[in-house]
Design a binder for this molecule. Structure first.
Ligand SMILES: CC(C)(COP(=O)(O)OP(=O)(O)OC[C@H]1O[C@@H](n2cnc3c(N)ncnc32)[C@H](O)[C@@H]1OP(=O)(O)O)[C@@H](O)C(=O)NCCC(=O)NCCS
Length: 165
C-alpha cells in the first residue's frame, strides 16, 4: 500500500473536512476552520493520499505562545508564521484505514517539516487515551490543560526539536 504524504492544496478542503468529520465528534473543526488553516498555513498542513484519495491529515498553526488552551488559534487568530512553536490541531486517519501506520507516516513527516521550518517545539492537546500514543514519537507530558473543548479532558504534550550544541 503506497501512501503519499504531501502538503495540502487549496482544492483539498472538502476531502480534509470529510476526514475531520469522520474522526472527530463534538470536538471537530468546521469546514470554514479547515479552509482557513489551508489558506493561512499550508506549510504546516499535510495529507496522506492513497490512489489519489485523501485518507488522513495533520494540520497546525504557529505561535510564540506556550499556552495553547486558547481556542482562537484553531481559527488561526494569533497565528504567526514565524512563531517559535508549531501547534497541531488535528491528526486524523479515516476509520477504515486506521491501525496501518498511516498516522505514523504523517507524524514523522510533520516532525521533519517542523524542523525545516526551524520551530523550537511541537505542541498539542490530546485526550487521556492518546498520551502514550504521542509518547511513542518522543513527546513529553506537559500538564493537564484548562481546555474543556467538546466536553473532554485535554492534556498538553510537547516535543522539543532543538538539540543542544
Ligand atoms: C489517533 C489516530 C490518528 C491514529 O491513526 P492510525 O493511522 O490508526 O495510527 P497508526 O496505525 O500509525 O498507529 C501508530 C501506533 O499508535 C497506536 N495507536 C493508534 N491509535 C491509538 C489510540 N487511539 N490509542 C492508543 N494507541 C493508539 C497503534 O497501536 C500503533 O502502535 P504500534 O506502532 O505500537 O503498533 C487515529 O486513530 C484517529 O484518527 N483517531 C481519531 C482522531 C483523533 O483522536 N486524533 C488525535 C487527536 S488528539
Amino acid at each position: 500500500m503506497y501512501i503519499n504524504i504531501r502538503h495540502v492544496k487549496d482544492d483539498d478542503v472538502d476531502a480534509c473536512y470529510s476526514v475531520e468529520s469522520a474522526c472527530y465528534t463534538s470536538d471537530g473543526a468546521t469546514r470554514e476552520k479547515i479552509e482557513k488553516r489551508i489558506k493561512v498555513f499550508p506549510e504546516g498542513f499535510l495529507v496522506a493520499e492513497l490512489h489519489g484519495q485523501i485518507i488522513g491529515m495533520v494540520n497546525s498553526g504557529s505561535t510564540d505562545k506556550e499556552d495553547i488552551a486558547d481556542e482562537a488559534l484553531k481559527d488561526m487568530v494569533g497565528h504567526k508564521r514565524d512563531g517559535k512553536n508549531i501547534v497541531i490541531f488535528s491528526l486524523a486517519v479515516l476509520p477504515e484505514f486506521q491501525g496501518r501506520g498511516i498516522s505514523g507516516k504523517l507524524m514523522s513527516r510533520f516532525i521533519g517539516v517542523s524542523k525545516y521550518l526551524k520551530k523550537e517545539k511541537i505542541l498539542l492537546l490530546c485526550k487521556t487515551e492518546l498520551i502514550s500514543y504521542y509518547q511513542k514519537y518522543g513527546f513529553l507530558y506537559g500538564r493537564k490543560s484548562t481546555s474543556t473543548h467538546g466536553g473532554f479532558e485535554w492534556h498538553e504534550m510537547y516535543l522539543s526539536l532543538r538539540t543542544s550544541v
